[in-house]
Design a binder for this molecule. Sequence first.
Ligand SMILES: [Zn+2]
Length: 112
Amino acid sequence: MEHDGINSEQAAECSVCGLHYTQEDCGGGGCPRCDEDDNETDEQLRDKWLAEFQVEAHAKFTAGIEEHNPDGTKGIGRMTVEQLAREMKNEAVDQYFYACALERAIAIRAGK
Ligand SMILES: [Zn+2]
């Protein structure tokens, strides 16, 4: 019985954490280390990530309101187009360096 390239003779590599595991290790389920099912469909991933986004985005945006607009006199709806463009560029810079750090961590984990 084959499950995403895993069978009794050959180890599979978890697409999430990179662990090599055998069918015996996982009992036919997902990765035993990270407990992720790397056979989730795109629709399952979409729904899971959208649900996470709703929770996390609400919390982050609310924290931003409390930090930057506690008395309701400022806020994203009052920012100028120049301020919005500047903040989008700042976020893009942060994202780039987060991606670099993630790439580095993946390489370190892989022993490269
Ligand atoms: Zn894993």
